[in-house]
Design a protein around this ligand. Structure first.
Ligand code: 4AD
Ligand code: MG
Length: 432
């Protein structure tokens, strides 16, 4: 049996006979020679076929098209003119899978690439992003496990809302009408802290977002955590350490990919090395007024444009805290010093990437929760299972949710969140 090396491993051996396999990334040929750039998950390499060595197979080799799958054996050597500095002089070829004319060529529209997403995944850009994505998921697991968290899972079919009813996706659940896809694990996570104390998950969340922005998906991956006995500062500290850990992992493992993406990775270094900027909502309004000449009426939520101006003043994420109660969810604790604001926080990423984490300390007063549910037009009797968390041995606690694609968009420097996931789902697109 032939022992195949990855293209990167073959280049690391740098000379001698190698066997590699992959897909044709580019090809050009003449009567006597065929040049193929071969691609596998590790890298690309130039391969040369001389007609004199392949008289019998030449007509097939000559016809090989982009994306055909082939196995090659030959001599590898350094060649400064080749795209990745090495070339393989082919001596043997097995054509494993021929390719029709590949629909994706240069300069295709965003729409065309989205329609052909299943093929576009093979591009160097998407391959690089998917590798960073894999690092990000691994780093999230690594971080929470290293802090002693248990991985815990909540249902996706749910019958209560947590983040406002307007963004719920209802589903046909047999003959039932009041079933939705999860917006968050939170209401099903809080009951579990009484068993496990520190829990996390990475799971899809669903939002019927009507907005067509570069940072909203209808299906996104949500890394969430919930901790018993935690105060508001603990929640912010966990969020800061998590983000530092993710960015550090990407800088350690994915410099090559960031370079392929044209991402200036030096801009990410302060996030790992410096403390994040923390400010209250009220302080944020003051800074916006003084430094950005933007007036926001106290009580209004920050809009994208205001968030962008604010983060542009810093090279690390901004943790904005103590928002007005009216603009935040029912479960956030009132600030003991000022009941008009709540102990909730948004982490705003640098370079105009917006909110990547939303979190809070959780209200423990049963009557206050009921009141606020009613204020938001909800029926508290539907929340009985959740309200039990406040009836039997309630403890201070809190948690947050991190939008994984938002983080990937930021670290990769992408224009749109749609490229942070293999098959993006938005208001307009659910195919392929
Ligand atoms: O701020 P959100 O709505 O908070 C919650 O869902 C809390 N229950 C989380 C918790 O405390 N366990 O959402 C959390 C994060 C946001 O900060 C954002 O990064 C991401 O989820 N997010 C989205 N990402 C992509 N597309 C969307 N439509 C998103 N909506 C929220
Ligand atoms: Mg939020």
């Amino acid at each position: 049996m032939t022992k195949f090396l990855s293209i990167q491993e073959a280049m690391n051996t740098s000379s001698g006979r190698v066997a590699i396999r992959g897909w044709i990334h580019r090809e050009r040929g003449s009567n006597k020679l065929k040049f193929v750039t071969l691609r596998d998950s590790s890298n690309i390499i130039q391969c040369v076929f001389e007609r004199a060595k392949f008289e019998e197979q030449w007509s097939e080799i000559d016809k090989l098209q982009v994306e055909a799958a082939i196995e090659i054996e030959g001599e590898i050597k350094a060649d400064a003119r080749a795209p990745t500095g090495f070339e393989v002089q082919a001596e043997k070829i097995v054509i494993v899978g021929k390719s029709d004319t590949f629909p994706i060529a240069k300069d295709q529209s965003v729409e065309f690439l989205a329609d052909n997403r299943h093929l576009w995944l093979r591009s160097r850009k998407m391959t690089a992003i998917l590798k960073v994505r894999s690092t990000v998921f691994g780093a999230i697991d690594e971080y929470f496990r290293s802090e002693g968290f248990y991985e815990y899972h909540s249902p996706i079919f749910q019958a209560v809302q947590c983040e406002g009813g307007s963004e719920l996706f209802s589903v046909n659940y047999f003959d039932k009408k009041d079933v939705f896809l999860a917006q968050t694990w939170q209401l099903y996570a809080e009951p579990a802290i009484f068993a496990l104390e520190k829990i996390y998950t990475i799971s899809p969340s669903f939002r019927a977002e009507k907005s067509k922005t570069s940072r909203h998906l209808t299906e996104y991956w949500h890394a969430e955590m919930e901790v018993a006995w935690a105060n508001f500062k603990d929640i912010q500290d966990y969020g800061e350490k998590l983000i530092k850990h993710i960015v550090k992992a990407v800088l350690e493992k994915n410099k090559v990919e960031l370079e392929i993406l044209g991402r200036d990775w030096k801009k990410l270094v302060p996030t790992v090395e410096k403390p994040f900027v923390r400010m209250t909502y009220t302080e944020a309004l003051k800074i916006l007024k003084e430094k950005c000449k933007m007036e926001v009426e106290w009580g209004k939520d920050l809009r994208t444009i205001e968030e962008e101006k604010l983060v542009a003043l810093y090279d690390v994420p901004v943790i904005c805290t103590h928002y007005p109660k009216k603009v935040k969810a029912f479960y956030m604790t009132e600030d003991p010093k000022n009941p008009e604001v709540v102990q909730g926080c948004d982490f705003l990423a640098p370079e105009g990437n917006g909110e990547i984490i939303g979190g809070s300390h959780r209200e423990h007063d049963l009557e206050k929760i009921k009141e606020r549910l009613i204020e938001q037009g909800e029926d508290p009797t539907q929340y009985e299972f959740y309200l039990d968390t406040r009836r039997y041995g309630s403890v201070p606690h809190g948690g947050f949710g991190l939008g994984v694609e938002r983080v990937i968009k930021w670290v990769c420097g992408l224009d749109s969140i749609k490229d942070a996931i293999a098959f993006p789902r938005t208001m307009e697109r659910y195919k392929p």
